[in-house]
Ligand binder design. Structure first.
Ligand SMILES: [Zn+2]
Length: 536
């Protein structure tokens, strides 16, 4: 990685973008530091496959030797459970212990045992951290860098070196921070990565520091945290100053406020700078990869995430809607298809007929008839007054449209439902539901037990439908949101429930409204099953 890609985006002159510019993902190591996030070995393998499919150059898998789960992950990867097409798996670890030798340090040996072509070491570069955290002198820290880098390169590994707390260290003692960079480069580190470990930097401050490090004469990388809300901006500023290796995580996972979101960084470099950091076809998978990672980490996707969020290309205002019909590009900064996302029209009580018509097109219904569109608009407005919200509940909206245009082919009819919750908790839960449905001529009643009324109703309905519609076994409720709304009539509040469901291939959202949470949940659940069984 010695040449900088042309800023005109001349893709053909670059043999392979990865050789020139490194996209380095650390979701599995630094991202996994996020509060509440826990990844099993299988989770890590699944995420690594997705990252490879996305086309990142490097996947930092964890810290072998320091963390048993990570050791097991590298062992599984080495045994053939992980076959990577694009990316190089990378093991992370620290420089050797104070006063020891890299060749006999068990943690350094564990890095070799991980059997990766690339190793990323972390070293102290802030003098105070050397004194107070390592409890050694500045010269020994440099010796640790030299010894560890030389030993691992001598064993045939490519070595990158993360300078921990580099930016704070540079402010405190620039000469020492730069000495760490030079020492790593002299010892044979291929890339020296400047880390804003505490995340306190601002874009305007990056250029000077990165340029100073660049004057050492080594390929630089950048690793930013988002504590000032500037992780992506700081990363780009470092790239502007010469960094050719960017570290980040999927969906910006990471401790505290997270790391730089690697998808946002990559999309900016590719679509705004015109640098081919990954094949165009790969970037078009960004949205699906982001969603798949969210499903594995069990961290709900951020709808407002740049490029890949559900709302990233969503439009609400009625005034915009008519113009969008003329030319969508007037209202979006880039083509959502390039990152695998879609423009969405939000159906809301602000909606005019134009919104409803575009939304209809989006869902595959011809609502060009003005009377039909006007009728649906009226129904939506009335429903929204009652507390419904169709903005994100596309599936419920589609059922409403189908009903209005006479294309609602209901897959089941509910004759009766009931749920009881008590303080008696068994292994099966604290709630018991009964659901009676008719499919064709057949009537089925089933009981389901679960934790909470929704879970019990879900089990009962699934059980009642699985004979006639076996695909319900694959339905999974992935998110459940309850909101209590002020009633227009004063004292009694109404409850709105949104349910996200997936069948592994599609993800859909339904809405229910009621005077209590159970009634609202049932409606959203009913719609979720109805849509999942109807829609192609
Ligand atoms: Zn970090």
């Amino acid at each position: 990685m010695t040449t900088r890609p042309s800023e005109e985006g001349t893709m053909t002159t670059l043999p392979a973008a990865h050789d020139v510019f490194h996209l380095y993902d650390t979701t599995l190591r630094d991202g996994a530091q996020q509060e509440g996030l826990r990844l099993t070995v299988q989770d890590k393998l699944r995420i690594a496959r997705l990252l490879d499919e996305l086309g990142v150059g490097f996947i930092e898998g964890g810290w072998p030797g320091a963390n048993p789960n990570d050791t097991a992950f590298f062992a599984a990867a080495a045994s053939g459970e992980l076959k990577l097409e694009n990316a190089k798996l990378t093991a992370f670890g620290s420089t050797r212990r104070v006063g020891g030798r890299a060749s006999s340090d068990p943690l350094t040996r564990a890095l070799l045992d991980a059997q990766t072509e690339v190793i990323c070491l972390v070293a102290k570069s802030h003098d105070e951290h050397v004194h107070r955290a390592l409890k050694t002198d500045l010269a020994e820290n440099l010796a640790m860098v030299t010894d560890t880098v030389k030993f691992l390169t001598g064993e045939g590994r490519r070595v990158f070196l993360d300078c921990e707390h580099f930016f704070d260290g540079y402010r405190a003692n620039p000469g020492y921070a730069l000495a760490v960079v030079k020492t790593a480069a002299d010892a044979g580190a291929e890339v020296v990565v400047l880390c804003d470990t505490n995340g306190g930097m601002l874009p305007a401050w990056m250029g000077e520091v990165v340029s100073a490090a660049g004057a050492v004469g080594v390929d630089l990388g950048i690793h930013c945290h988002n504590d000032t809300g500037c992780a992506v901006a700081n990363t780009l500023a470092a790239v502007d100053a010469g960094a050719m290796h960017v570290q980040g995580t999927m969906n910006g996972h990471g401790e505290r406020t997270g790391n730089a979101d690697l998808i946002t960084v990559a999309a900016n470099l590719q679509l705004k700078y015109g640098w081919p950091v990954m094949p165009a076809a790969n970037l078009a998978r960004a949205t699906s990869v982001s969603q798949a990672v969210a499903a594995i980490t069990h961290v709900a996707p951020n709808a407002r995430q740049p490029y890949v969020g559900q709302s990233a290309f969503a439009h609400k205002a009625g005034l915009h809607a008519s113009a969008i019909r003329v030319d969508a590009n007037l209202y979006q900064h880039t083509d959502p298809k390039l990152v695998g996302n879609d423009m969405r029209m939000l159906v809301s009580d602000m909606a005019g007929r134009a919104n409803i018509q575009i939304k209809g097109d989006e869902l595959g219904f011809d609502l060009s008839d003005r009377d039909v569109a006007a009728r649906i608009t009226d129904v939506v407005k009335q429903r929204e007054m009652d507390g419904y919200s169709y903005e994100s509940a596309d599936a419920s909206f589609e059922l409403l449209v189908r009903d209005e245009i006479g294309q609602l082919d209901k897959q089941f009819e509910v004759l009766k439902w009931r749920v009881l919750t008590s303080d008696e908790v068994s292994d099966e839960g604290d709630s018991e539901a009964t659901v009676k449905v008719t499919v064709g001529e057949q009537t089925t009643a089933r009981v389901g037990e679960g934790f909470g009324p929704l879970n019990a109703l879900d089990k009962a309905l699934r059980s009642a439908l699985k004979k006639s519609h076996p695909q319900v076994e694959g339905f999974e409720l992935t998110d459940y949101r309850v909101r209590i709304l002020e009633s227009a009539h004063g004292t009694d509040a109404i409850t709105r429930v949104l349910i996200d469901t997936t069948d592994g291939r599609r993800r859909w959202t339904t809405v229910g409204v009621g005077t209590n949470v159970v009634e609202a949940s049932w409606e959203a659940l009913h719609d979720a099953y109805q849509w999942g069984l109807i829609a192609r």
